[in-house]
Design a protein around this ligand. Structure first.
Ligand code: TXA
Ligand code: MG
Length: 331
């Protein structure tokens, strides 16, 4: 399953030629292009159908490339890199003047991440060896704009098909939801997107829990648009204690629904499309997008999701589901 020598070679050749490559990371699959080549980056936006003023994350092979892309990197950012890279953490930093607007959406900052996936790292190292030692791969999640992020190579092919000439298969993504984004470019670090790395983990580095500023106030973070990560089937959150009644009522009305629940196993007479999720937030995150995708293909009129606990450990999953609800049913 993992890429062969020839696959890596082809991926590097495509990147050098300004073409796109689908690549696995530990969070979700990315749609990669040479981050220093504006024409290549423009291809990403075209393939996704994404507005061109949305900034992209630049993936690097290691910390030593950071100064090439970013300037005035504060100490706290270096500490975060030491603690969490390679891994599911993106840092927003002041950009170097040369960094193309195509990557930053015209902002004065750039998002950087060293991903914790062996295939991504191998590709980044080989690309850097072939191009220049600081080379980076700009990669948003490899889905069409607003849709569910892909966590397998098959999902990428479903999303983008012919639009991407090569997809490297690195298996199912371990984390399953996008990286935590921390903005270190304006003094006190703030979280722009919750993820697998939680505020409590960041607290161990900062000495306090960082503020979380999503949506309003954040500069064009597409994951912070209200509607995102969305299936084409309408989606509805229902409290656990009301779940069975709600589903029964739907069935009496003749409505076909699918169910995603972490606590309630299916019972006799219940809908056939029923996904029992792991009851812990890490396991749930891992399965979330695949579950949404499966249920979206189940031929139902409504996807019912059991509401999640309000604890902080569930914040990242709850964030993705809230946006999925806002965007669902529009396809
Ligand atoms: O886990 C991830 O982060 C995945 C994998 C492929 O690395 N990538 C990902 O990319 O989720 P994307 O483009 O779908 O989401 C990246 C987010 C966007 O919401 C984007 O607006 C934000 O990062 N971002 C990138 N650069 C930024 C910047 N300079 N300032 C603020 N937000 C930025
Ligand atoms: Mg995305």
């Amino acid at each position: 399953m993992f890429p062969s020598e020839a696959d890596y070679q082809r991926a590097v050749d495509l990147l050098l030629a300004g073409e796109l490559v689908g690549m696995p990371t530990e969070t979700v699959y990315g749609l990669g292009a040479d981050a220093a080549n504006p024409a290549a980056v423009a291809r990403i936006f075209a393939a996704k159908g994404r507005p061109a003023d949305h900034p992209l994350i630049v993936h690097l092979a290691g910390h030593d490339a950071v100064d090439y892309w970013a300037e005035q990197v504060p100490d706290v950012a270096w500490e975060l890199m030491e603690n969490f890279w390679p891994g599911p953490l993106t840092l927003i930093l002041k950009k170097q003047a040369w960094v193309p607007d195509a990557v930053t959406g015209g902002q004065d900052t750039v998002g950087l991440r060293v991903p914790g996936h062996p295939v991504a790292l191998e590709l980044l190292r080989r690309f850097a060896a072939a191009k220049s030692k600081h080379a980076g791969i700009a990669a948003p999640s490899a889905n069409r704009f607003g849709r569910i992020s892909p966590t397998t190579a098959v999902h990428v092919a479903e999303e983008l098909g012919e639009r991407v000439p090569l997809i490297l298969d690195g298996g199912a993504c371990k984390v399953g939801i996008e990286s935590t984004i921390v903005d270190c470019s304006r003094g006190e670090p703030v979280v722009l997107r919750p993820g697998h790395i939680l505020p409590v983990h960041l607290e161990a580095v900062f000495g306090r829990v960082p503020a979380i500023i999503t949506a309003a106030g954040a500069p064009r973070v597409s994951g912070s648009l209200e509607a995102h990560y969305a299936p084409t089937t309408p989606l509805r959150m229902v409290a656990g204690e009301r779940l069975l009644d709600f589903i029964n009522a739907q069935r009496h009305r003749g409505g076909r629904c699918a169910v995603i629940s972490a606590n309630q196993p299916p019972q006799a007479g219940m809908p056939h499309a029923w996904r029992l999720m792991p009851a812990d937030p890490v396991g749930y995150a891992h399965d979330l997008y695949a579950a949404l995708r499966d249920m979206d293909h189940a031929g139902v009129e409504l996807i019912v999701v059991e509401a999640l606990p309000a604890d902080p450990e569930w914040a990242a999953v709850a964030d993705r589901l809230r946006r999925a609800v806002a965007g669902a049913g529009q396809g």
